[in-house]
Ligand binder design. Structure first.
Ligand SMILES: [Zn+2]
Ligand SMILES: [Zn+2]
Length: 288
């Protein structure tokens, strides 16, 4: 369902960002026909929470992305606002693998409607370390691809673990070496190195945000066959894809329910991924 459409024709959208995420989002979403995109940068979205923990984030990620989008109401006369939110930690299904989860939201500023996508990638340098010595620190910095990727240095009180100092935007090894050795010589301090996950200091994350933007573009270009509203997408899945060997149902998707959020028109599509049989590796009988 990718016919030419006019829903976004002549409409305006502001991208609300504070860490240059438009670099990843803008080139992709320029593929939405008729939508006029502008960028509002230097928005203090940090008030809604930061990665480095100065301000704790209390809302679920989708909720914060919607809040950021609504910030646009304060300074822009636009039809839509686009915002994003990221979260880093163990992969929700593979607990030992770190993952980058990104949420992108296009919010209609004149109604409650919004289009959201969630994208999970294991492509991330997300990590932290309390290095024993400068050599261990260097190994870590090389592994996380410093200096093309940023680092945050935290000095904590050894006894209480309270944060005494947070230093961002370090650009070379010698700056870090100086700070590391200075604080290492103070017995009451412990030093932690953390990957900087802000998009403009993390090219790996920037790529994942671009992938999320591709997902959003696909969604917006999928139109309801009845009312042509954008975002005709999966709202429910049913497992049971048959095993290629024994034909017993597996946990893989057998069919998906697509629904229009405007007119509620819906259809079930069997084999939505184009695959009609499951690899026996996913079968509880053939591969217990
Ligand atoms: Zn089987
Ligand atoms: Zn519809």
């Amino acid at each position: 369902m990718n016919q030419t459409h006019s829903f976004f024709e002549g409409k305006s959208c502001v991208i609300v960002t504070d860490h240059e995420k438009e670099q990843a989002i803008l080139p992709v979403l320029q593929g939405i026909q008729g939508l006029n995109l502008t960028v509002v940068s230097n928005v203090n979205t940090d008030a809604l929470g930061t990665f480095s923990g100065e301000i704790e984030r209390t809302n679920p990620p989708l909720e914060s992305a919607l809040q950021k989008a609504n910030l646009a109401l304060n300074f822009a006369k636009a039809d839509f606002a686009l915002s994003s939110e990221g979260s880093f930690g163990p992969h929700p299904a593979m607990f030992f693998v770190p993952a980058d989860q990104e949420w992108l939201v296009l919010k209609d500023l004149k109604s409650d409607k919004y289009w959201a996508v969630h994208h999970i990638s294991t492509s991330t340098n997300f990590a932290a370390l309390c290095p024993e010595n400068w050599e261990a620190a260097v190994d870590f910095l090389k592994k996380i691809e410093f200096p093309s990727h940023g680092i945050i240095l935290k000095v904590k009180d050894k006894v209480t673990s309270s944060i005494k100092l947070i230093i961002k935007d370090l650009n070379n090894f010698s700056e870090i070496e100086y700070l590391f050795k200075t604080h290492q010589n103070q017995n009451e301090d412990s030093i932690t190195l953390e990957t900087d996950m802000r998009a403009h200091r993390n090219p790996t994350r920037m790529k994942v945000i671009a992938e999320a933007a591709e997902k959003l573009k696909l969604k917006l270009n999928s139109l309801c066959a009845v009312c042509a509203f954008p975002g005709f997408d999966v709202v429910e899945i049913e497992p049971g894809l048959p095993c290629a060997w024994c034909h017993a149902p597996t946990r893989l998707t057998f069919k998906s329910l697509y629904e229009c959020q405007n007119c509620q028109h819906s259809i079930w599509k069997a084999f939505p991924n184009g695959v009609t049989e499951a690899d026996p590796g996913y079968c509880d009988h053939c591969n217990p």
